[in-house]
Ligand binder design. Structure first.
Ligand code: MN9
Length: 296
């Protein structure tokens, strides 16, 4: 039986900063990783939706893995998101993550072609069997139509390499059912705005984008929940949700970059076809950043 303790806790879905020419800004990336570590983040989920992983080339994705490993290895648990539409590319990235000393790999289901279930199961097993690393399924039904069920999960988890699910869905019923698979796995709450609900339904941890700048606030929500201080946890969740509600209006990743830039980490824009943040959005995020800085 594998020890899953290092996979529990609060994980930042790490953002990818870009410079004025649209290239990855490794200087800012390093600062962002260190900032997250200072805030007590337990681990990093690298190159996922938040990291614009699907807008990076394979070489860029590997370069980001490397920067994270150089800065945070031994200080936090590292999960490399290697998901893509192309199995061989995902395998290639998983091998790189293994060589860099990552703790696990993760992948979103292959998208666009509405692949049949057997193809999706084949993709996951091909990636999982290509390295010695454990595999975490990235269940994100809104991204491409594939929705993991307990029955499908039981088939995948017959392979011992599979250890967890990042559940980016507000279907809390499904989250709970995943905790009742034939063996113990880690389940992550994937939407920050419903972290507390996820915890109440048995999530072992959370992977999310807003932890890049509100890690401390969410660590407290988790600690309050674990100590049975539900009112306090609810208050913390509500404070975070007021901010997330504003961010959703203007584009979540753009807003996160704007807030962190206000904090002094130059994050740049998101990659096209994402649009740059609107002036109105930038103003709203400046206010939020000022408030958060005062709280610190
Ligand atoms: O990785 C993120 N998921 C997506 C987790 O962006 C699809 C979340 O952290 C959201 O950004 C966040 C805001 O909706 O919950």
């Amino acid at each position: 039986m594998r020890d899953l303790s290092k996979f529990k806790g609060l994980f930042s879905a790490l953002l990818t900063p870009f410079d004025g020419n649209g290239k990855i800004n490794f200087n800012s990336l390093e600062k962002l990783i260190k900032f997250n570590l200072e805030n007590g983040i337990d681990g990093f989920y690298v190159g996922g939706s938040t990291g614009e992983g699907l807008l990076l080339s394979n070489d860029e994705r590997k370069a980001v893995y490397e920067c994270v490993a150089d800065t945070a290895k031994g200080k936090a648990t590292l999960i490399a998101h290697v998901g893509t539409i192309h199995t061989n590319d995902a395998v290639d990235m998983a091998k790189r993550a293994e060589a860099l000393g990552y703790d696990a790999v993760s992948a979103v289901a292959p998208y666009y072609y509405s692949f049949p279930l057997e193809a999706i199961i084949g993709y996951y097993n091909d990636i999982a069997n290509s390295t010695s690393l454990p595999m975490i399924i990235y269940n994100f039904p809104a991204s491409g139509g594939f929705s993991l069920t307990k029955e499908i999960a039981n088939r995948l988890f017959a392979n011992e390499k599979f250890i967890g699910i990042k559940h980016t869905s507000n279907d809390m019923f499904a989250l709970r059912r995943f905790k009742e698979l034939d063996r113990e796995i880690v389940v992550y709450s994937g939407f920050d705005e419903t972290l507390l609900a996820g915890l109440a339904m048995g999530a072992d941890g959370a992977i999310g984008s807003t932890y890049n700048f509100m890690g401390g606030k969410f660590k407290k929500i988790m600690a309050d929940f674990n100590a049975g201080r539900i009112e306090e946890a609810m208050q913390g969740q509500n404070e975070a949700d007021e901010i997330i509600e504003e961010m959703i209006k203007y584009g979540v990743f753009q807003c996160e970059k704007a807030i962190l830039t206000e904090f002094g980490i130059d994050m740049g824009n998101c990659r096209k076809p994402f649009l740059p943040i609107s002036d109105e959005g930038a103003k709203a995020m400046k206010k939020i950043a000022e408030r958060l800085m005062k709280e610190r």
